[in-house]
Design a protein around this ligand. Structure first.
Ligand code: ISE
Length: 351
Protein backbone atom coordinates (compact mmCIF):
# COMPACT_ATOMS: atom_id res chain seq x y z
CA UNK A 1 0.00 0.00 0.00
CA UNK A 2 1.21 3.45 -0.91
CA UNK A 3 0.73 4.92 2.58
CA UNK A 4 2.80 2.28 4.36
CA UNK A 5 4.82 5.03 6.04
CA UNK A 6 1.71 6.21 7.87
CA UNK A 7 1.38 2.96 9.78
CA UNK A 8 2.39 4.02 13.24
CA UNK A 9 6.01 3.73 12.19
CA UNK A 10 6.26 -0.07 12.32
CA UNK A 11 4.78 -1.02 8.94
CA UNK A 12 1.73 -2.77 10.38
CA UNK A 13 -1.64 -2.08 8.75
CA UNK A 14 -3.84 0.04 11.00
CA UNK A 15 -7.19 -1.71 11.27
CA UNK A 16 -10.44 -0.27 12.59
CA UNK A 17 -13.05 -2.75 13.82
CA UNK A 18 -16.73 -1.77 13.63
CA UNK A 19 -18.74 -3.56 16.30
CA UNK A 20 -17.23 -5.04 19.46
CA UNK A 21 -19.87 -7.66 20.27
CA UNK A 22 -19.35 -11.42 19.78
CA UNK A 23 -18.02 -11.35 16.21
CA UNK A 24 -16.31 -7.95 16.28
CA UNK A 25 -14.70 -8.66 19.65
CA UNK A 26 -13.41 -11.98 18.34
CA UNK A 27 -11.96 -10.32 15.21
CA UNK A 28 -10.31 -7.57 17.28
CA UNK A 29 -8.75 -10.04 19.72
CA UNK A 30 -7.61 -12.29 16.91
CA UNK A 31 -5.99 -9.36 15.06
CA UNK A 32 -4.32 -8.23 18.27
CA UNK A 33 -3.05 -11.60 19.50
CA UNK A 34 -2.61 -13.81 16.49
CA UNK A 35 -2.30 -11.89 13.23
CA UNK A 36 1.07 -10.61 12.06
CA UNK A 37 1.33 -7.36 10.10
CA UNK A 38 -1.72 -5.58 11.54
CA UNK A 39 -2.54 -3.45 14.56
CA UNK A 40 -5.98 -2.76 16.00
CA UNK A 41 -5.81 1.03 15.76
CA UNK A 42 -9.46 1.76 16.56
CA UNK A 43 -12.77 0.16 17.45
CA UNK A 44 -16.28 1.57 17.27
CA UNK A 45 -19.51 0.62 18.97
CA UNK A 46 -22.65 2.34 20.20
CA UNK A 47 -21.97 0.52 23.48
CA UNK A 48 -19.12 2.72 24.78
CA UNK A 49 -18.35 0.44 27.72
CA UNK A 50 -17.97 -2.66 25.58
CA UNK A 51 -15.90 -0.74 23.00
CA UNK A 52 -13.63 0.62 25.73
CA UNK A 53 -13.10 -2.85 27.18
CA UNK A 54 -12.16 -4.40 23.83
CA UNK A 55 -9.95 -1.40 22.96
CA UNK A 56 -8.04 -1.80 26.20
CA UNK A 57 -7.65 -5.56 25.71
CA UNK A 58 -6.31 -4.83 22.24
CA UNK A 59 -3.40 -2.65 23.24
CA UNK A 60 -5.19 0.66 23.82
CA UNK A 61 -6.95 1.19 20.47
CA UNK A 62 -8.83 4.47 19.90
CA UNK A 63 -12.55 4.28 20.71
CA UNK A 64 -15.29 5.75 18.52
CA UNK A 65 -19.03 5.85 19.14
CA UNK A 66 -19.71 6.40 15.47
CA UNK A 67 -18.59 3.88 12.85
CA UNK A 68 -18.44 6.34 9.95
CA UNK A 69 -16.28 8.72 11.95
CA UNK A 70 -13.89 5.85 12.70
CA UNK A 71 -13.79 4.73 9.07
CA UNK A 72 -12.98 8.31 7.99
CA UNK A 73 -10.19 8.69 10.54
CA UNK A 74 -6.72 9.03 9.02
CA UNK A 75 -5.38 6.55 11.57
CA UNK A 76 -7.48 3.75 10.05
CA UNK A 77 -6.30 2.15 6.81
CA UNK A 78 -8.45 -0.98 6.63
CA UNK A 79 -11.76 -1.89 8.23
CA UNK A 80 -13.40 -5.00 9.68
CA UNK A 81 -17.20 -4.63 9.72
CA UNK A 82 -18.98 -6.72 12.33
CA UNK A 83 -21.89 -4.48 13.31
CA UNK A 84 -25.57 -5.52 12.94
CA UNK A 85 -26.50 -6.76 9.44
CA UNK A 86 -28.59 -3.74 8.34
CA UNK A 87 -25.53 -1.47 8.71
CA UNK A 88 -23.17 -3.53 6.51
CA UNK A 89 -23.77 -2.16 3.00
CA UNK A 90 -23.66 1.51 3.99
CA UNK A 91 -20.39 1.05 5.89
CA UNK A 92 -18.83 -0.89 3.02
CA UNK A 93 -19.85 1.92 0.64
CA UNK A 94 -18.19 4.46 2.96
CA UNK A 95 -14.97 2.40 2.82
CA UNK A 96 -15.20 2.33 -0.98
CA UNK A 97 -15.64 6.12 -1.12
CA UNK A 98 -12.39 6.44 0.85
CA UNK A 99 -10.56 3.65 -0.99
CA UNK A 100 -10.14 1.59 2.22
CA UNK A 101 -9.98 -2.23 2.03
CA UNK A 102 -12.61 -3.88 4.19
CA UNK A 103 -13.67 -7.29 5.48
CA UNK A 104 -17.42 -7.31 6.00
CA UNK A 105 -19.20 -10.03 7.96
CA UNK A 106 -21.96 -11.87 6.11
CA UNK A 107 -24.45 -10.96 4.82
CA UNK A 108 -22.94 -8.19 2.71
CA UNK A 109 -26.33 -6.47 2.68
CA UNK A 110 -29.91 -7.16 3.63
CA UNK A 111 -31.17 -7.53 0.04
CA UNK A 112 -29.72 -8.38 -3.39
CA UNK A 113 -30.53 -4.81 -4.55
CA UNK A 114 -28.47 -3.32 -1.74
CA UNK A 115 -25.62 -5.77 -2.45
CA UNK A 116 -25.76 -4.83 -6.12
CA UNK A 117 -25.21 -1.21 -5.04
CA UNK A 118 -21.90 -2.33 -3.49
CA UNK A 119 -20.92 -4.31 -6.60
CA UNK A 120 -21.69 -1.31 -8.83
CA UNK A 121 -19.70 1.07 -6.61
CA UNK A 122 -16.71 -1.26 -6.68
CA UNK A 123 -16.93 -1.75 -10.45
CA UNK A 124 -17.11 2.04 -10.84
CA UNK A 125 -13.98 2.34 -8.69
CA UNK A 126 -12.28 -0.31 -10.82
CA UNK A 127 -10.61 -1.98 -7.80
CA UNK A 128 -11.54 -4.82 -5.49
CA UNK A 129 -11.55 -3.59 -1.91
CA UNK A 130 -14.36 -5.66 -0.40
CA UNK A 131 -14.05 -9.11 1.18
CA UNK A 132 -17.05 -10.94 2.66
CA UNK A 133 -16.71 -13.04 5.82
CA UNK A 134 -17.45 -16.46 4.37
CA UNK A 135 -14.88 -17.97 6.73
CA UNK A 136 -15.55 -21.60 5.77
CA UNK A 137 -13.36 -20.92 2.74
CA UNK A 138 -10.44 -20.81 5.20
CA UNK A 139 -11.39 -23.81 7.32
CA UNK A 140 -8.68 -26.49 6.86
CA UNK A 141 -11.26 -29.31 6.58
CA UNK A 142 -13.25 -27.43 3.93
CA UNK A 143 -10.10 -26.41 2.04
CA UNK A 144 -8.99 -30.08 1.89
CA UNK A 145 -12.30 -31.05 0.26
CA UNK A 146 -12.15 -28.11 -2.17
CA UNK A 147 -8.58 -29.04 -3.14
CA UNK A 148 -9.56 -32.66 -3.85
CA UNK A 149 -12.60 -31.56 -5.88
CA UNK A 150 -10.58 -29.02 -7.86
CA UNK A 151 -7.71 -31.45 -8.51
CA UNK A 152 -9.91 -33.74 -10.61
CA UNK A 153 -9.07 -36.70 -8.36
CA UNK A 154 -12.75 -37.65 -7.87
CA UNK A 155 -13.70 -36.86 -11.46
CA UNK A 156 -16.10 -34.11 -12.45
CA UNK A 157 -17.86 -32.85 -9.28
CA UNK A 158 -21.62 -33.28 -9.73
CA UNK A 159 -23.19 -33.04 -6.28
CA UNK A 160 -22.62 -30.95 -3.15
CA UNK A 161 -24.12 -32.03 0.17
CA UNK A 162 -24.00 -29.76 3.17
CA UNK A 163 -25.21 -30.06 6.74
CA UNK A 164 -25.33 -27.18 9.18
CA UNK A 165 -26.68 -27.35 12.71
CA UNK A 166 -26.93 -24.68 15.39
CA UNK A 167 -27.57 -25.77 18.96
CA UNK A 168 -30.41 -23.36 19.59
CA UNK A 169 -32.53 -20.92 17.62
CA UNK A 170 -32.57 -17.34 18.94
CA UNK A 171 -35.94 -16.02 20.13
CA UNK A 172 -38.01 -14.49 17.37
CA UNK A 173 -36.03 -16.01 14.48
CA UNK A 174 -38.23 -16.86 11.48
CA UNK A 175 -37.69 -18.82 8.26
CA UNK A 176 -36.16 -15.79 6.54
CA UNK A 177 -33.65 -15.37 9.36
CA UNK A 178 -32.61 -19.02 9.00
CA UNK A 179 -31.89 -18.43 5.31
CA UNK A 180 -30.13 -15.04 5.50
CA UNK A 181 -28.25 -15.70 8.72
CA UNK A 182 -27.36 -19.37 8.48
CA UNK A 183 -28.08 -20.98 5.10
CA UNK A 184 -26.27 -18.15 3.30
CA UNK A 185 -22.99 -19.84 4.31
CA UNK A 186 -24.12 -23.11 2.71
CA UNK A 187 -25.24 -21.35 -0.46
CA UNK A 188 -21.77 -19.83 -0.70
CA UNK A 189 -20.12 -23.20 0.05
CA UNK A 190 -22.06 -24.89 -2.76
CA UNK A 191 -21.03 -22.18 -5.27
CA UNK A 192 -17.41 -22.31 -4.09
CA UNK A 193 -17.02 -26.07 -3.85
CA UNK A 194 -18.65 -26.72 -7.24
CA UNK A 195 -17.29 -23.59 -8.89
CA UNK A 196 -20.74 -22.88 -10.29
CA UNK A 197 -23.65 -20.45 -9.98
CA UNK A 198 -27.01 -21.38 -8.47
CA UNK A 199 -29.80 -21.49 -11.07
CA UNK A 200 -32.79 -22.83 -9.14
CA UNK A 201 -33.74 -23.50 -5.52
CA UNK A 202 -36.44 -25.53 -3.82
CA UNK A 203 -36.93 -25.47 -0.04
CA UNK A 204 -38.97 -27.79 2.19
CA UNK A 205 -39.10 -27.19 5.90
CA UNK A 206 -40.35 -28.24 9.27
CA UNK A 207 -41.04 -26.52 12.54
CA UNK A 208 -39.50 -28.91 15.05
CA UNK A 209 -40.27 -26.81 18.12
CA UNK A 210 -44.00 -26.35 17.63
CA UNK A 211 -43.74 -22.81 18.97
CA UNK A 212 -43.39 -20.73 15.81
CA UNK A 213 -46.16 -21.88 13.57
CA UNK A 214 -45.34 -21.70 9.87
CA UNK A 215 -41.65 -20.88 10.50
CA UNK A 216 -39.06 -23.50 9.54
CA UNK A 217 -36.12 -24.07 11.87
CA UNK A 218 -35.25 -27.20 9.86
CA UNK A 219 -34.87 -26.58 6.13
CA UNK A 220 -33.92 -28.88 3.27
CA UNK A 221 -32.66 -26.87 0.33
CA UNK A 222 -32.27 -28.41 -3.09
CA UNK A 223 -30.22 -26.54 -5.69
CA UNK A 224 -29.57 -26.79 -9.42
CA UNK A 225 -26.35 -25.12 -10.48
CA UNK A 226 -24.68 -24.24 -13.74
CA UNK A 227 -22.74 -27.03 -15.46
CA UNK A 228 -25.49 -29.55 -14.65
CA UNK A 229 -24.55 -29.75 -10.95
CA UNK A 230 -26.80 -30.39 -7.97
CA UNK A 231 -26.75 -29.67 -4.26
CA UNK A 232 -28.69 -30.55 -1.14
CA UNK A 233 -28.34 -28.63 2.09
CA UNK A 234 -29.72 -29.41 5.53
CA UNK A 235 -29.94 -26.39 7.81
CA UNK A 236 -31.17 -27.12 11.31
CA UNK A 237 -30.90 -24.18 13.65
CA UNK A 238 -32.37 -25.85 16.70
CA UNK A 239 -30.48 -29.13 16.78
CA UNK A 240 -30.13 -29.17 20.55
CA UNK A 241 -26.92 -31.17 20.88
CA UNK A 242 -24.35 -28.61 19.69
CA UNK A 243 -22.93 -26.98 16.57
CA UNK A 244 -21.91 -28.92 13.50
CA UNK A 245 -21.06 -28.14 9.88
CA UNK A 246 -19.86 -30.52 7.19
CA UNK A 247 -19.79 -30.87 3.43
CA UNK A 248 -19.36 -33.60 0.86
CA UNK A 249 -18.54 -33.21 -2.82
CA UNK A 250 -19.48 -36.17 -4.97
CA UNK A 251 -17.60 -36.54 -8.24
CA UNK A 252 -18.33 -38.95 -11.11
CA UNK A 253 -15.69 -41.37 -9.84
CA UNK A 254 -15.24 -40.64 -6.14
CA UNK A 255 -16.25 -38.48 -3.21
CA UNK A 256 -14.61 -36.21 -0.64
CA UNK A 257 -16.05 -35.03 2.64
CA UNK A 258 -14.89 -33.00 5.61
CA UNK A 259 -13.07 -34.87 8.34
CA UNK A 260 -14.55 -34.07 11.76
CA UNK A 261 -12.61 -31.29 13.53
CA UNK A 262 -9.95 -33.01 15.60
CA UNK A 263 -10.32 -33.59 19.31
CA UNK A 264 -9.51 -36.57 21.46
CA UNK A 265 -11.78 -39.57 21.21
CA UNK A 266 -12.39 -40.65 24.81
CA UNK A 267 -13.24 -44.25 25.64
CA UNK A 268 -14.61 -44.72 29.12
CA UNK A 269 -17.01 -47.13 30.82
CA UNK A 270 -17.49 -48.96 27.52
CA UNK A 271 -18.50 -45.69 25.80
CA UNK A 272 -16.50 -43.89 23.11
CA UNK A 273 -17.06 -40.12 22.90
CA UNK A 274 -15.76 -36.90 21.38
CA UNK A 275 -16.67 -33.30 22.16
CA UNK A 276 -19.06 -31.42 19.87
CA UNK A 277 -18.41 -27.67 19.54
CA UNK A 278 -20.87 -25.23 21.10
CA UNK A 279 -20.96 -22.68 18.30
CA UNK A 280 -19.22 -21.30 15.21
CA UNK A 281 -16.67 -19.27 17.19
CA UNK A 282 -15.35 -22.53 18.63
CA UNK A 283 -15.75 -24.67 15.50
CA UNK A 284 -14.22 -22.13 13.12
CA UNK A 285 -11.58 -20.59 15.39
CA UNK A 286 -8.74 -21.65 13.11
CA UNK A 287 -10.66 -20.50 10.02
CA UNK A 288 -11.17 -17.00 11.45
CA UNK A 289 -7.45 -16.71 12.25
CA UNK A 290 -6.42 -17.80 8.77
CA UNK A 291 -9.06 -15.56 7.18
CA UNK A 292 -7.72 -12.47 8.98
CA UNK A 293 -4.05 -13.34 8.41
CA UNK A 294 -4.60 -13.86 4.69
CA UNK A 295 -6.74 -10.70 4.47
CA UNK A 296 -3.91 -8.64 5.99
CA UNK A 297 -1.33 -10.25 3.70
CA UNK A 298 -3.49 -9.71 0.63
CA UNK A 299 -3.91 -6.02 1.45
CA UNK A 300 -0.16 -5.73 1.82
CA UNK A 301 0.14 -7.27 -1.62
CA UNK A 302 -2.37 -4.82 -3.08
CA UNK A 303 -6.00 -5.93 -2.62
CA UNK A 304 -8.21 -8.47 -0.77
CA UNK A 305 -8.31 -11.82 -2.57
CA UNK A 306 -10.93 -13.71 -0.54
CA UNK A 307 -14.66 -14.08 -1.20
CA UNK A 308 -15.65 -10.79 -2.82
CA UNK A 309 -18.63 -8.48 -3.26
CA UNK A 310 -19.86 -10.65 -6.13
CA UNK A 311 -19.94 -13.68 -3.83
CA UNK A 312 -21.82 -11.58 -1.29
CA UNK A 313 -24.31 -10.52 -3.95
CA UNK A 314 -24.79 -13.96 -5.58
CA UNK A 315 -25.39 -15.62 -2.20
CA UNK A 316 -28.08 -13.03 -1.39
CA UNK A 317 -29.84 -13.55 -4.72
CA UNK A 318 -29.98 -17.30 -3.99
CA UNK A 319 -31.10 -16.60 -0.41
CA UNK A 320 -33.94 -14.42 -1.61
CA UNK A 321 -35.04 -17.19 -4.00
CA UNK A 322 -35.00 -19.65 -1.06
CA UNK A 323 -37.32 -17.36 0.91
CA UNK A 324 -39.61 -17.11 -2.15
CA UNK A 325 -39.63 -20.92 -2.41
CA UNK A 326 -40.59 -21.27 1.26
CA UNK A 327 -43.53 -18.94 0.60
CA UNK A 328 -44.62 -20.48 -2.71
CA UNK A 329 -43.89 -24.12 -1.85
CA UNK A 330 -42.40 -24.44 -5.35
CA UNK A 331 -38.98 -24.35 -7.01
CA UNK A 332 -37.86 -20.79 -7.77
CA UNK A 333 -35.33 -19.71 -10.38
CA UNK A 334 -32.36 -17.56 -9.38
CA UNK A 335 -31.85 -14.56 -11.65
CA UNK A 336 -28.11 -13.88 -11.46
CA UNK A 337 -26.96 -11.37 -14.09
CA UNK A 338 -23.62 -11.64 -15.85
CA UNK A 339 -20.60 -11.31 -13.61
CA UNK A 340 -18.73 -8.00 -14.13
CA UNK A 341 -15.24 -8.50 -15.53
CA UNK A 342 -13.69 -7.10 -12.31
CA UNK A 343 -14.72 -10.31 -10.53
CA UNK A 344 -13.43 -12.62 -13.27
CA UNK A 345 -9.88 -11.38 -12.94
CA UNK A 346 -7.15 -12.34 -10.52
CA UNK A 347 -5.97 -8.73 -10.33
CA UNK A 348 -7.82 -5.77 -8.91
CA UNK A 349 -7.42 -3.12 -11.56
CA UNK A 350 -9.39 -3.50 -14.76
CA UNK A 351 -8.95 -0.09 -16.33
C1 ISE B 1 -24.17 -17.42 12.59
O1 ISE B 1 -24.59 -16.09 12.46
C2 ISE B 1 -22.98 -17.64 11.72
O2 ISE B 1 -22.60 -16.86 10.90
C3 ISE B 1 -22.47 -19.01 11.78
O3 ISE B 1 -21.32 -19.16 11.00
C4 ISE B 1 -23.55 -19.93 11.28
O4 ISE B 1 -23.09 -21.26 11.28
C5 ISE B 1 -24.77 -19.81 12.16
O5 ISE B 1 -25.77 -20.66 11.67
C6 ISE B 1 -25.26 -18.38 12.15
O6 ISE B 1 -26.36 -18.27 13.03
Amino acid sequence: MENAEKRGGDGRILVGVVGTGGMGGMHAHCLHRKVAGARVAAVSDVDAEQAGKVAEECGGAAVFGDAVEMIRDDGVEAVVIASPDPTHAELVLECLRLGKPNLCEKPLATSPEEAMGVVEAEVELGRKLVQVGFMRRYDPQHVDVKDVAASGAIGRPVLFKGWHRNAEIPTGADSGWVVINSAIHDLDSARWMLDAEIKEVYVCGLNTTGSREGEFDLQLIQLSLTGGRLATIEVNVDAGYGYEVGVEVVGVSGTAYTAPPSGAVVRLDRVSSQNVEADWLERFEAAYNIELQQWVESINNGYPTGPDAWDGYASLVAAEACIASIKSGKPESVPVPEKPVLYEKEGSVVR
